[in-house]
Design a protein around this ligand. Structure first.
Ligand SMILES: [Mg+2]
Length: 213
C-alpha cells in the first residue's frame, strides 16, 4: 500500500470514467432529451474531462486531495445541474478518505459511500424519485455488504447499478425538469442513472483487479 500506487490507480479510474462518458455522450444526451434539456452527455463529458486534466500531474497526492481537486474541477467546468451533485459527491468521498494513503477495496467502498452521500445531500432526492441516487445509494450499500462478507465488491455493485438504472424507466420523475412531465416521464430511463452505470462500470474495470492498492 503506497501513495504513488493509490494516486496512479485513482488517475487511471478517472481516465476510464472520462473515456466511457465520452464514448456514450450522444446516447446520454438523447436520454436526457426525452425527459429533460438534452445536455446530460455534454455536461458529464465536460466535467470528467476537467477532472482528468486537473489531476494529470498530481498522482503523487494522497487520495483525499485527488478527490478534493477533482470535485473543484468538476464544479468549475459544470456550474449547474449535475455539476454541484458530482462535486459534492467527490468532496464527500475526499472527506471519507482523509486519513488514508491507500486505495484498495475498503477505500473504494468509502469512495462509493461518499459519492452517494454527497449526491443525496446536494440533490435532496429520495430513493425512487428517478434520479442518479437510485443507482448510487443501492450500489454503495451493496459494495459495503460485499466487503463485509469478504466478497469481491465490483461484480455485485455493477449488477446492482444496471438493475436499478433499468428500474428508473418505470418510476415517475419527481426531481428536476423531468418532474414537469409527470406521467410522460414513465418509460424513459433516467439519464443520471444511466451515466452512473457508465461511471461504475469504468470504475469496476479499473479497480476490480486493484483491490489491494
Ligand atoms: Mg439536462
Amino acid at each position: 500500500m503506497n501513495r504513488e500506487a493509490a494516486g496512479s490507480t485513482i488517475l487511471a479510474m478517472f481516465a476510464a470514467v472520462t473515456e466511457a462518458i465520452e464514448a456514450h455522450k450522444g446516447w446520454l444526451s438523447d436520454l436526457d432529451g426525452a425527459i429533460g434539456d438534452g445536455d446530460h452527455g455534454t455536461t458529464m463529458a465536460l466535467g470528467f474531462r476537467a477532472v482528468e486534466r486537473a489531476l494529470s500531474d498530481k498522482g503523487h497526492l494522497p487520495p483525499s486531495d485527488l478527490f478534493r481537486e477533482g470535485a473543484q474541477a468538476f464544479l468549475n467546468a459544470v456550474g449547474a445541474s449535475t455539476g454541484p451533485l458530482y462535486a459534492t459527491g467527490l468532496r464527500r468521498a475526499a472527506q471519507r478518505l482523509d486519513a488514508v494513503s491507500g486505495f484498495g477495496a475498503p477505500e473504494q467502498v468509502l469512495m462509493l459511500e461518499g459519492i452517494a452521500a454527497g449526491v443525496a445531500e446536494r440533490g435532496k432526492a429520495q430513493r425512487g424519485d428517478k434520479t442518479m441516487l437510485d443507482v448510487w445509494l443501492p450500489v454503495a450499500e451493496t459494495a459495503r455488504a460485499a466487503l463485509e462478507r469478504g466478497e469481491q465488491i465490483w461484480p455485485v455493485s455493477v449488477a446492482k447499478a444496471e438493475e436499478r438504472a433499468a428500474a428508473t424507466s418505470s418510476m415517475l420523475a419527481l426531481r428536476g425538469r423531468a418532474a414537469r412531465l409527470g406521467e410522460r416521464s414513465l418509460g424513459h430511463r433516467d439519464p443520471g442513472a444511466a451515466s452512473a452505470v457508465l461511471i461504475l462500470r469504468a470504475m469496476a474495470e479499473t479497480l476490480a483487479h486493484r483491490l489491494e492498492v
